[in-house]
Design a protein around this ligand. Structure first.
Ligand SMILES: *[C@@H]1O[C@H](CO)[C@@H](O)[C@H](O)[C@H]1NC(C)=O
Ligand SMILES: *[C@@H]1O[C@H](CO)[C@@H](O)[C@H](O)[C@H]1NC(C)=O
Ligand SMILES: *[C@@H]1O[C@H](CO)[C@@H](O)[C@H](O)[C@H]1NC(C)=O
Ligand SMILES: *[C@@H]1O[C@H](CO)[C@@H](O)[C@H](O)[C@H]1NC(C)=O
Ligand SMILES: *[C@@H]1O[C@H](CO)[C@@H](O)[C@H](O)[C@H]1NC(C)=O
Ligand SMILES: *[C@@H]1O[C@H](CO)[C@@H](O)[C@H](O)[C@H]1NC(C)=O
Length: 584
């Protein structure tokens, strides 16, 4: 197409929003007193970037020259409990609602449907536990696991012929498929809590370790689980070897691994995954608390770094800043924050609350909503995580369903991101609003388009401590479209520790040398603007754009340590004659 030299410039300026004043017109807010709950706020006048001076009280400086890790999204654990509640509701709606037919099964009404699965609003990120492998005792102190079997309960099934993911509740797959069908951003992350009991030295799912001679077998078991999910039409984004490999109890499915043994399973599994077409599926290690970032997590990378795409942390011990030590040692490895939970009965925002640490059963005094933003949805990303997730997507108002006699989350019970009651009513909790506010700043702008990335940020001024801020850019599929710049801002200037006096903070926001003014109420605000992509002009200090996330495939992990693990069906302990064609 031939066009005059002047016309296209005008078109470009308009379509890129290149007019010298970018406008902050997309603003979403949740206030401490819940008068706003993730609500769009019309701006009048619309805050505009001009040449005004920086506020001495608070000036948020956005530094797009620094581009950090991708931010994939936020989500929750799809436990058996969550699956059962969603499945029940699905049936209820299917029966009761004239608006839902067999061809359009929705779990909830249109509104929650949006909340849960719409890519416009909410990314279901990678944390899924659609199966709880082992048997569960009557008196588990843990939350909400209902399925009590592994995928292969046949003792000594050395060919894994009896591995059957249908032994998990079949609706788990139906629900995942339904969610996947309406949310193209769904990422499923599989995480076992124990190998089948017959592979362990304890002979039970509750504690003990994988017997070394079954190590190759268990790697095959994980591979076959991936294949089974694939055959069910579920795309698996990531798989881990073991939940909390340092934790052992006889009252809960647990398995201990040394970094060496976990690394050996992973090294063999990764090799199998590459051979069988799962080279793009992430293999994630560790899955325990922040306090071991320089301990177990680091050791695991030293012994088997070639096999792992990264590690996952939980929030129950240590502090989020410890993720940085791991990142500094292994900058090319991905970090996920995959577990944290709320407990029922804690206050929503303002009062100092007791946060019952579900894993250690200790009381931690925290202001919970603030804790979430400070440590999880702003904090973990600030400390290099690509995603942050909460334990239990859906529970009822009592933290059920659980096995009879179970006492999950202490006396209070766990709180899901969403509460669904027995009569089919539902509500979303503070976990949801924290997550929704954070998601709004990072959700891909284009369907199937690039993930957001964290960018550089500084908060200056006498009241800079009153704000906790994350800054992100979301590039576009088409170079004709302007990237979106977003801030997620917690104003926690409520004087909660010595009185109660929630005060707004008026701040300037500095971007490309210009500034806009915005008044943040106590609460969480997500705001966005668009500006032409000039990132290529900047020097990026830390550039993940050609990093692991963008890799097409994976190299074969190092063979070291694999020799004695080479799986030879003919020689496996107790193997019947003829070998296992299924495993070759
Ligand atoms: C596992 O669940 C089945 C029913 O689903 C039950 O018959 C069996 O006793 C349970 N096993 C344990 C160890 O709880
Ligand atoms: C946690 O603290 C509350 C309030 O002080 C107390 O009632 C409860 O028993 C404590 N729970 C545990 C498990 O220590
Ligand atoms: C549904 O159950 C919840 C929790 O028990 C209750 O608060 C609510 O009033 C019930 N709603 C209806 C319409 O029955
Ligand atoms: C924006 O700039 C970045 C950094 O140079 C580049 O990777 C990206 O492709 C650009 N996006 C568009 C849509 O031009
Ligand atoms: C915070 O609370 C303390 C104790 O009630 C009070 O003395 C102080 O003036 C309060 N500060 C603000 C800024 O409200
Ligand atoms: C709720 O809090 C916001 C922000 O602090 C404030 O502007 C608003 O007046 C409060 N509303 C009520 C009803 O207290």
């Amino acid at each position: 197409m031939i066009i005059s030299p002047t016309a296209p410039a005008v078109v470009c300026l308009l379509s890129l929003g290149l007019s010298s004043a970018q406008e902050i017109s997309d603003v979403w807010q949740t206030t401490w007193n819940r008068t706003s709950l993730f609500q769009f706020q019309n701006q009048s006048p619309v805050p505009t970037f001009t040449s005004k001076v920086a506020s001495a009280i608070s000036n948020i400086v956005v530094n797009e020259a620094k581009v950090y890790q991708p931010v994939l999204g936020f989500g929750g654990t799809f436990t058996d409990s969550s699956a059962q509640l969603l499945a029940g509701l699905k049936v209820a709606i299917f029966v009761d609602s004239t608006q839902h037919t067999a061809n359009s099964l929705w779990y909830l009404d249109d509104e929650l449907n949006e909340l849960l699965v719409s890519p416009q609003l909410y990314v279901f990120a990678s944390r899924r536990r659609p199966f709880c492998w082992p048997e569960l005792p009557k008196n588990t102190p843990w939350c909400n696991r209902l399925f009590n079997g592994s995928y292969d309960e046949v003792d000594g099934d050395l060919c894994l012929n009896d591995l059957d993911v249908n032994s998990a509740r079949p609706y788990i797959f139906e629900i995942l498929k339904d969610i996947q069908s309406i949310n193209n951003m769904l990422r499923v992350h599989l995480l076992p809590w124990s190998p089948p009991a017959w592979m362990k030295d304890s002979g039970t799912a509750f504690g003990g370790a994988l017997q070394e001679e079954y190590l190759p077998m268990f790697a095959h078991y994980l591979l076959k689980s991936l294949e089974a999910f694939q055959s069910k039409g579920i795309k698996v984004y990531a798989i881990s070897v073991q939940n909390e490999p340092m934790y052992e109890t006889t009252t809960d499915p647990t398995t201990t691994y040394t970094p060496e043994i976990e690394g050996q399973v992973a090294t063999l599994l990764k090799k199998l995954m590459i051979m069988k077409g799962f080279g793009d599926t992430k293999l994630i290690g560790f899955e325990q608390n922040w306090d071991q970032a320089s301990g177990y997590a680091t050791q695991l990378m030293k012994v088997a770094g070639g096999a792992f795409d990264g590690v996952a942390f939980h929030c129950a011990a240590g502090s989020v800043g410890q993720q940085d030590a791991f990142h500094a040692a292994f900058p090319e490895k991905e970090i996920y924050l995959t577990e944290c939970s709320g407990t029922l009965g804690t206050d929503w925002w303002g009062d100092t609350k007791v946060w019952l640490d579900l894993f250690q059963c200790v009381n931690v005094t925290l202001t919970q909503e603030q804790w979430y933003m400070d440590n999880i949805f702003i904090g973990s990303i600030e400390h290099n995580a690509q995603t942050a997730m909460m334990w239990n997507l859906v529970l009822d108002a009592s933290g059920n369903p659980m096995l009879p006699g179970a006492t999950g989350c202490g006396t209070n019970g766990c709180r899901g991101i969403v509460t669904i009651n027995g009569n089919g009513t539902w509500s979303v909790n503070q976990e949801f609003y924290s997550m929704a506010q954070a998601s709004k700043g990072i959700i891909p702008r284009d369907i199937g388009g690039p993930s957001a990335r964290r960018i550089g940020l500084a908060v200056q001024g006498t009241m800079s401590a009153a704000l906790r801020v994350g800054a992100y850019v979301t590039y576009r599929t088409s170079s004709k479209d302007a990237p979106r710049y977003s801030l997620v801002v917690l104003n926690w200037n409520d004087n909660a520790s010595s009185g109660w006096n929630p005060q707004p903070v008026t701040s300037t926001i500095e971007f490309r040398g210009k500034r806009a003014t915005f008044t943040f109420p106590v609460g969480v605000t997500t705001l966005s603007w668009y500006a032409a992509n000039i990132t290529q002009l900047a020097t990026r200090e830390e550039d993940f754009l050609v990093g692991p996330m963008e890799r097409d495939g994976h190299s074969i992990p190092s063979e070291s340590g694999l020799k004695f693990l080479e799986f030879n069906p003919q020689s496996t302990v107790g193997q019947s004659e003829g070998g296992c064609s299924a495993l070759q």
